[in-house]
Design a protein around this ligand. Structure first.
Ligand SMILES: [Zn+2]
Length: 377
């Protein structure tokens, strides 16, 4: 745990001296020094500039070692994005490729691109591969359990990638990846209860409760998108009827627009937002209806978990000024007591998911998720 605290302080305050680390962490100088030695040895941090002070010692400043990088991939129902992210969350390469119905072919393509990127950045040390998935992944059985929007037959994604890349692969669902991204690269300082909701083709959620990521049995916690909210609603990809995501996802907004405008054109949510910005009233009404149903669904999140913050990511955040007042109004309509959670749009989803995939790799090295044999120190 002390190690995580020190690493977190370095991340936020870098470049920083050992003395300042001891002061800010409240840990003994000797403890900080030991942790620093360990982190230096493992390549997480590096010593940089020497501070010149008029008198006395000249401390060496410490920062994250951004020669350390992760290969990441965000697999989405229609396409995948492969990228290289360094320890500071910066993108060094990024490329999009199509997803096909044959997972083996898609993974061959992903591996090919990752290897190409690896060759392009030979000066970097690659720490591992992180994958963000549009579904639930069971770490124990290493199987995709639930991915109704990704129409893939059962396939061992992890082992295929590990064999192909010769590196350890971490996988997680998009919502947990985004939440981790906020914890590692964002501004979650001090927040211990948060829910991140991704709203795009589907709706997923990642939960941080009492400072811990909640995985649940088989990694299935957080499927708020599949709580039925409308018995007369459309059939959901999961098999149930009227799930929250069938009435509040981007797909739902596009359906509302088609119904209102009698327009059968194939649109994306970005097209719809553009139409609304150009003054199309049906487009505006479709987005507001979606927002209203997002807000209503959030009541169950508030009732169940009472988070300090609800982070929203995904396509919907591009229309945030238009939709957030509606979401907020619906969400707070039934707060039982105390103040409602803050509602914050975070990052564009692609960036968040890719950084989150990198954070999945980094998470392996923090106290809470470090494999037991690595802990001890
Ligand atoms: Zn469902």
């Amino acid at each position: 745990m002390n190690r995580d605290v020190v690493l977190e302080l370095i991340r936020v305050r870098q470049p920083i001296s050992r003395a300042d680390l001891a002061r800010l962490s409240g840990l003994q100088r000797s403890t900080v020094s030991l942790i620093i030695e360990e982190l230096l040895e493992e390549g997480w941090i590096r010593e940089g500039a020497v501070v010149h002070r008029p008198r006395g010692r000249r401390p060496t400043l410490i920062g994250l070692n951004d020669d350390l990088a992760m290969l990441v991939c965000d697999i989405r129902p229609t396409h995948a994005i492969v990228a290289v992210v360094d320890l500071n969350g910066r993108f060094l390469s990024r490329e999009s490729l199509p997803i096909v119905s044959d997972p083996s072919k898609t993974l061959t393509l992903i591996i090919e691109r990752m290897k190409k990127m690896q060759r392009k950045h030979t000066q970097k040390t690659f720490e591992g591969v992180g994958i963000s998935l549009p579904g639930r992944y069971d770490r124990e059985s290493q199987k995709m359990l639930f991915a109704p929007n990704l129409k893939w037959p059962p396939f061992d994604i992890q082992r295929t990638l590990e064999r192909g890349m010769g590196m350890k692969v971490e996988m997680g669902n998009a919502a947990n990846a985004c939440l981790l991204s906020e914890m590692w690269f964002g501004h979650m300082d001090g927040v211990r209860n948060a829910v991140l909701v991704t709203i795009s083709e589907g709706i997923g959620a990642g939960i941080l409760a009492n400072g811990q990521l909640v995985m649940g049995q088989h990694g299935m916690a957080g499927e708020f998108g599949h709580i039925p909210v409308d018995p007369a609603g459309p059939k959901c990809a999961c098999g149930a009827v009227g799930c929250w995501e069938t009435v509040a996802s981007s797909t739902a907004a596009l359906r509302y627009y088609a119904e209102l405008s009698h327009n059968a054109r194939e649109l994306t949510l970005q097209d719809l937002i553009k139409l609304a910005e150009e003054g199309d009233q049906h487009a505006d009404a479709a987005l507001k209806k979606q927002a209203c149903l997002i807000g209503r669904g959030m009541r169950s999140i508030v009732a169940a978990l009472s988070p300090e913050v609800i982070l929203v990511t995904g396509d919907i955040t591009s229309a945030w000024t238009r939709v957030s007042p509606v979401i907020q109004e619906q969400m707070v309509a039934q707060v039982l007591a105390g103040s409602p959670p803050r509602l914050i749009a975070v990052d564009e989803s692609e960036v968040a998911r890719l950084r989150g995939a990198a954070a999945l790799v980094l998470q392996r090295h923090t106290g809470q998720h470090r494999p037991k044999k690595d802990r001890g120190a």
